[in-house]
Design a protein around this ligand. Structure first.
Ligand code: CTP
Length: 403
């Protein structure tokens, strides 16, 4: 899944011949899962039609503050547009628009939106070679990059004038790759390795029966997906679930028993920066696994159980640089029990689920958690979708490891 997936992208199109390529750009961004809205300068409509762009983006294309042909028209709010966007991309960016951006002359909707935007801003210059190397244009580049705007450099090649030189807008596919790489580098977990355990474990009684629990693995898989989207390289060690790997940066290790989960977790722990143990590991397993299916010959039947390895505690005992996170599911004295677990298992953070809370259940789409850190500070959150809970947890961890 691309880092652009779910991103709100405002594409500004200005009046250069490369504007015809912006249609491909919209298509590529939409294919990556981004939501795209287009703002054009009025003159850009001479190069590509709003109809093409609205069809490809599935959104209305804006170019003026008001639609003068519609007497019921509303003011196109540049402030709202600027705030809506996760990123503003201006491609192609002509010498004229770049100069206006650098000077702050907001004589059209695009420049007004640019001046209102608080999100990261990228611009892909496109112009003839002499315009590109003019000191005035170099000044614009310098000013805009000093403002923190990011330039997607022009390339060298044949230009619309027939001349050969630097000034071609970067190809749409290269612009998309540039955005992906830049966003990934700025992601909270870029370059970090995260180990996550998820799901239940099954402890075999005989070849056909086991002791298990109702854990769906949804919370752990949501954590893995969000961590991967935020740039992490994730190793997801999961007990039996029907869930599928949601991202190419996730390596899924499927295990069945607590022993296998213990072995896999220890194998990957050393190299990881963060370990989040959200699995519902069986606390006990049958002491002996029958080699043949057990027959119902007796009136009463009992199985002797032995403790499984406490994966979290054993990782807590050997942890060095790793930020170690455990989960606690409690039904009474929740905060006290969770704090005791945090200390006993040598954790940096514990995520407390209280079964007394509404919206909290095995298999549910929602969860409600309280985070408790190593200083015993508590951070309660409301009932949320598991993906949102995963974001809260990972945002907290990211702030801690970068503090
Ligand atoms: N855990 C683990 N290995 C186990 C049991 C639990 O790694 N054998 C981890 C879980 O993944 C979770 C945390 O320990 O992150 C808390 O598990 P929980 O079952 O709530 O607590 P226990 O330590 O088992 O204590 P108790 O059953 O007494 O509440």
């Amino acid at each position: 899944m691309s880092v652009l997936s779910g991103k709100k992208i405002l594409l500004g199109i200005t009046a250069g011949i490369a504007a015809y390529k912006s249609a491909f750009l919209v298509r590529l961004l939409v294919k990556k899962g981004a939501e795209v809205r287009v703002v054009m300068t009025p003159a850009a409509k001479d190069f590509v039609t709003p109809l093409t762009l609205s069809t490809l983006s599935k959104n209305e294309v804006l170019s003026t503050f008001v639609d003068e042909e519609n007497e019921n028209a509303q003011w196109n709010n540049h402030v709202a547009l600027g705030l809506w966007a996760d990123l503003l991309l201006i491609a192609p960016a002509t010498a004229n628009t770049l100069s206006k951006m650098a000077q702050g002359s907001s004589d059209n909707l695009l420049i007004a939106t640019y001046l209102s935007a608080k999100c990261p801003i990228y611009f892909a210059p496109a112009m003839d070679l002499d315009m590109h190397r003019h000191p005035s244009t170099s000044e614009s580049f310098k000013k805009l990059t000093a403002f923190g705007n990011i330039m997607i450099p022009s390339t060298h090649g044949e230009l619309a004038s027939g001349l050969v030189g630097t000034g071609r807008m970067a190809e749409p596919a290269d612009i998309v790759t540039f955005l992906e790489q830049d966003l990934l580098k700025k992601s909270p977990f870029y370059g970090k390795k995260i180990l996550i355990t998820a799901g239940p474990t099954y402890e075999a009684i005989d070849p056909v029966r086991f002791i298990g629990n109702h854990s769906s693995g949804k919370m752990g898989f949501a954590l893995a997906r969000v961590a991967a989207q935020w740039g992490a390289e994730v190793t997801l060690v999961s007990g039996p679930t029907s869930l599928q790997v949601p991202h190419e940066s996730i390596t899924l290790i499927r295990v069945t028993s607590a022993k296998e989960m213990y072995q896999a977790s220890h194998r990957y722990f050393d190299a990881c920066d963060v370990a989040i143990l959200s699995a519902a590991v069986a606390d006990y397993r049958p002491k002996v696994k029958a080699t043949q299916k057990i027959k119902k010959s007796e009136r009463e039947f009992s199985i002797q159980l032995e403790k499984t390895e406490d994966i979290l505690a054993t990782l807590g005992a050997i942890k060095q640089k790793q930020y170690l996170v455990g989960f606690a599911l409690e039904t009474e004295n929740e905060l006290e029990n969770a704090k005791t677990k945090l200390k006993k298992k040598n954790l940096d953070l514990i995520v407390l689920n209280s079964l007394n809370d509404e919206g909290v259940a095995f298999g549910a789409q929602t969860n409600k958690v309280t985070l408790i850190d190593a200083d015993n500070k508590t951070y309660p959150f409301g009932v949320k979708e598991k993906t949102e809970v995963a974001k809260d947890i990972l945002k907290f961890i990211s702030e801690k490891i970068h503090a």
